[in-house]
Design a protein around this ligand. Sequence first.
Ligand SMILES: [Zn+2]
Length: 386
Amino acid sequence: MNATDLLWLLLPLAAASGWLAARFEQKRHARQSLDLPSAYFKGLNFLLNEQPDKAIEVFIRVLEVNSDTVETHLALGNLFRRRGEVERAIRIHQNLIARPTLDREQRSQALLELGQDYLKAGLFDRAENLFLELAEIRVHSEQVLKLLLHIYQQEKEWEKAISITRRLARVSGRNMDDTIAQFYCELADQDYAHRNYAGAREHLKRALASDDKCVRASMLLGDIAAQEGKFRDAIGYWCRVEEQDMHYLGEVAGRIAEAYKQMNDEQGLYDYFRDALQRHGGVSLALAFADVISHRDGVPAAEKFIVDWLRRAPNVHGLHKLLELNLVKAPDSGRNDLLLLKGIIEDLRAQHLGYACGQCGFKGKTLHWLCPGCNRWNTIKPVREE
Ligand SMILES: [Zn+2]
């Protein structure tokens, strides 16, 4: 008789003993579950007497008796986590998971909760491992993938963020191409900081392949070209912003002007702003063009341009520019009045500068691609153009 045959003979015996053990367990459960109410009252008493540690001990002991109380323990753990008592939450959820009687759904729910405890405790590696395990068996998929994405964003692990976002897009049926493009831009930013321009360009190409409206990619491509002294190329990239999303034109207007100046192409500079202004109007372009005119044709010509513009579209930015131009040639006697007026206009203007999130209303002085208020990508825009 070989080992395999022996195994076949032993199998029924093993099954029978397992069955017997299970029967015994059931009887034991039935007997002990009668004690459930009193144990719970005891636990509640401890809770009411502000002795949560003792309460937890009692609840955990009850769980050993009856796995029907899993829901209660999940709720209790959740409560502790929300109150910031993460260690207690972790203890409850770890105890739950250690129970062999949990069914698949209960176990995965407990794992999901424990992962969130770890996340709250800042134990990202442990949380990540649990969420990956859950993602593997495809339960709570959307929630798990969102939590993983949260970790990768916090840890700036952009490659992983990209692959998780692709999965999340499939599971949720949402198009997340613009978010993926932002992650490629983050990778490109890292390359750029290390002067790895080839690597940055490669990542930016992928950003635009994912989202051809990605303003950020065009801006950085232009910056790289300018760094390399290729100003004509840089202008080409920055000009794409106009077609992608004209709200960001103000972000590149100054850079475009500077690149033309670097090339000593005064006519190109003048033509670009005149034509762009005809296509779009917009505050940033008008202000930049006023500077170009002032430099080429003198202050009176720039003044005339601003006054014409203000007649068509009254706004504080134009008024501010007009005062600036007037201050250049103002005699000493009238200067103080103009400065006072300029101060008032600057206060007014401050309310119309900066950036705002279209989702949560967050306002800031610098451009964030990820909103610090609502943690969404691509929701913040410059306010000046509106
Ligand atoms: Zn926001």
